[in-house]
Each structure stands twice: as C-alpha cells, then as structure tokens.
Write a protein that binds this ligand. Structure first.
Ligand code: HEM
Length: 120
C-alpha cells in the first residue's frame, strides 16, 4: 500500500511537470490529455492514502495533518495548472507548493512511522 502511495504521488508530480511544459509550449491538446490522466492519479493518491489511514489503529493529529497537506498539494497541482493556462500570476502558489512539499515529506518520511524504507 505504501509503495502504491509513493508511486502514485511521484507519478502525479511527473505528470504535473509535463502538463505545465506542454501548456507553456502551447500544446493544449497534449496538456489536456495529461491533465486527465493526472486527475485519475489523484484518485490513486487519495485511495492509497485512505487505505494507509485505515491500517492505523491510533489516528493522531499528525495523520490528520498529513492528510490535509496531501490534499493541499493536490489542490495546488490543479490551481497552478489552471492559472498558468490562463496566463495568470502563480508566484504565491509556488511558495505554497514548496512549503507544502517540505511539510508532506517531513510528515511522511520522518514524523509518521510507516515507510518504504523498512520492510512491512
Ligand atoms: C500529493 C499528495 C501527497 C504526497 C506528496 C504524499 C506523500 C507521502 C509520503 C512522502 C509518505 C511517506 C512514505 C514513506 O515513509 O515511505 C506518505 C505516507 C502516507 N500518506 Fe501521503 N501523500 C500525499 C497525499 C496523501 C493523502 C491525500 C492522504 C490521505 C487521504 C495521505 C495519507 C498518507 C498516510 C496515512 C501515510 C502513511 C504515514 C505513516 O504512517 O508513515 N497522503 N505520503
């Protein structure tokens, strides 16, 4: 489950970057297809994330925070793609993006116990 989760968000990040470059290069049709795939991958991230939550017997505040920051990143993927497609400013969103990633990596890899680093 944790490998599926990590694979899903890593894939989402790659697709997000590809969609962004396609949009910037004016390749709207390609960007549209990549964004559709990206939305399916969001469901995989949320599905595996919820699956992991259900495996935990004691859900504490760190798990809630992890879930919220994860959803925040998914929201940012969508808003950044939407705004950059419309040629609107995204500076503040990119700051949020960096902060959210630092938080999610800290919570996921450091603060919370499950990990791809250890055999389950
Ligand atoms: C793009 C969004 C997300 C990113 C980048 C992300 C990132 C991560 C990372 C880095 C880990 C740790 C993996 C490891 O230690 O090997 C993790 C674990 C986890 N994630 Fe996510 N996640 C995201 C979305 C979500 C969502 C939406 C949920 C809940 C619905 C969620 C729930 C969890 C849970 C429960 C764990 C296991 C924590 C543990 O006990 O160690 N994640 N995630």
């Amino acid at each position: 489950m944790i490998h599926g989760h990590v694979t899903a968000w890593a894939l989402a990040l790659i697709l997000f970057v590809i969609a962004l470059f396609l949009q910037k290069g004016g390749k709207d049709k390609g960007a549209k297809i990549v964004k559709m795939i990206l939305r399916v991958v969001y469901l995989l991230i949320i599905g595996t994330g919820l699956g992991l939550i259900f495996m935990v017997s004691q859900i504490d505040v760190w798990y809630i925070l992890k879930m919220v920051v994860g959803l925040w990143i998914i929201g940012l993927f969508e808003i950044i793609l939407g705004k950059s497609a419309a040629n609107r400013k995204t500076n503040i969103l990119w700051i949020q993006f960096v902060v959210a990633w630092i938080l999610v990596l800290y919570l996921g890899f450091h603060k919370l116990p499950m990990s791809i680093m250890y055999p389950q």
